[in-house]
Design a protein around this ligand. Structure first.
Ligand code: GLN
Length: 482
């Protein structure tokens, strides 16, 4: 059961071979056994999960079940969920019980899914290793010495260790795809604006996008069907007709043109990752696809551009944590200014403070033109590179990450090295294009490797098709560490 696909679980539920209450209890049991080892969840609330399971069982009995009804989903602790502790991995929100549901949570609730718990994450989604969490690091289930990636490290770990059949993540510079790659699972960041950001605690609003993490592309399609849709409470939410993201899964790939950016196959990628990507590309050639070399000349600037824009937006978004409206407040202070200062100094961790400092600096008078405006211009040039490239190819592929998972502690003292984890992923956030990662094998120390698939705007169904066809002829996505 722990290895079943979402479709298999749904079939067992509607055939009444198992109830949602039983299924939920099984997963809660497994989480209780294993979470102390992995630290994948910050909050488990058996009563709330089981209450949702009972509601799902009623929906099933009444013949009102949809594809996700009764299925436990692990929710990243960045999504506000009514009655649930919602910490965003920070001491600042360690006591915050949300009075309302995020748009994404509402959609899962309407679908009859069960919230199986809130997953661990880097503080305010800032990180690539889950080591910045106030609640401690998450372990990679393939090797407890390794990081799971970040910031959705708890989500990736939960799916890989089979503590949940699927999970949500958010991706500002790579936080769905990088942990998916490092934990050997599948994950997709949709086109910016498809998934509501309402109630998803903001890091860098023009880059943040929620998305699903699961074992397979087929599962991701079912999850996307529920997660996407217009939300008037998010001013950047797109008003589009609903799509069935499963509709193209079975299409053959003959004639597919895969673009390989020469900038992504250059120095920096380790040998084990390069050969796994090579093997995956050969699989695609066997499936009838052809590969073409393309160029994204400005893509190597993605990390510097990202580390101006993301901190700038973060410094503004995080100003709301002032110790007054909600969240942590220092116990002793002399006056109002001192209360702000102490609450923020004590409530935020070092990485968050670093981002606020950088962001405030690049937005300050005298530096705004040199950094912020310049970065916005480069952002446009990077997007133009991709639009040009799509004249020569249908889809773009490369490695998701330059190396397999690194060890806990290996990069936590060196922010620049840590930031380079997103060297291939951050461009998709800057352009708003959809991108995903799927497992394609194992490298150094038997740690997982991911293939990065980038699509043009709104090409999620095509990307899922491309991923699914590969998963029909390989079984990396079915491997589990436990
Ligand atoms: N690793 C990147 C950062 O630290 C991206 C994080 C994310 O996508 N949320 O900002």
């Amino acid at each position: 059961m722990f290895n079943d696909s979402l479709k298999q679980l749904a079939n067992q539920l509607t055939a009444k071979k198992i109830s949602s209450t039983e299924l939920t209890t099984e997963f809660l049991q497994r989480i209780k056994q294993l979470n102390s080892e992995y630290n994948a969840f910050i909050t488990i609330n058996e009563d709330m999960s089981l209450a949702q399971a009972r509601t799902a069982d009623k929906m099933i009995a009444a013949g009102e079940a949809g594809p996700l009804t009764g299925i436990p989903i692990a929710q990243k602790d960045i999504f506000c969920a009514r009655g649930w502790l919602t910490t965003c991995g920070s001491k600042m929100l360690a006591n915050f019980v949300s009075p309302y549901d995020a748009g994404v949570i509402e959609r899962f609730n309407q679908a009859g899914a069960v919230n199986i718990g809130k997953t661990n994450m880097d503080e305010f989604a800032m990180g690539s290793s889950n080591e910045t969490s106030y609640f401690g690091p998450v372990k990679n289930p393939w090797d407890p010495a390794a990081v799971p990636g970040g910031s959705s490290g708890g989500a990736a770990c939960a799916v890989a260790a089979r503590l949940a059949p699927a999970a949500t993540g958010t991706d500002t510079g790579g936080s769905i795809r990088q942990p998916a790659a490092l934990c050997g699972i599948s994950g997709i960041k949709p086109t910016y604006g498809l998934v509501s950001r309402y109630g998803m605690i903001a890091f860098a609003s023009s880059l943040d996008q929620g998305g699903p993490m699961a074992k397979s592309a087929e599962d991701l399609a079912l999850l996307l069907n529920v997660m996407t849709g217009f939300d008037a409470r998010d001013s950047t939410s797109l008003q589009r007709e609903a799509e069935d993201y499963s509709r193209d899964l079975q299409k053959p790939l003959s004639g597919l043109r895969i673009g390989l950016p020469k900038e992504y196959f250059a120095a920096g990628m380790s040998g084990d990752v390069a050969s796994a990507v090579d093997n995956a590309l050969n699989e695609y050639r066997k499936l009838g696809a052809q590969t073409v070399e393309i160029s994204l000349p400005n893509a190597p600037l993605s990390i510097p551009v990202y580390y101006v824009l993301a901190p700038a937006e973060a410094s503004s978004n995080l100003s709301r944590f002032d110790g007054v409206r909600y969240g942590y407040r220092a116990e002793s202070y002399s006056d109002l200014a001192d209360m702000y200062r102490k609450s923020r100094a004590q409530g935020f961790g070092p990485e968050v403070k670093r981002r606020i400092l950088i962001g405030t600096y690049v937005l300050s008078h005298g530096y705004y033109d040199a950094y912020y405006i310049k970065a916005q211009k480069l952002r446009r040039l990077i997007a133009q590179d991709f639009t040009e490239a799509y004249k020569q190819c249908d889809i773009i592929m490369g490695p998701t990450t330059p190396t397999v998972a690194f060890n806990l502690g290996e990069k936590s003292g060196d922010p620049i090295q840590m930031y380079l984890s997103d060297i291939y992923t951050s461009a998709a956030n800057l352009t708003g294009m959809p991108a995903m990662s799927i497992p394609i094998g194992f490298g150094d120390r038997n740690r997982p490797i991911g293939l990065h698939i980038i699509g043009n705007y709104f090409k999620e169904a095509q990307m899922l098709n491309v991923a699914h066809q590969y998963q029909l002829v390989t079984d990396w996505h079915n491997r589990s560490p436990v």
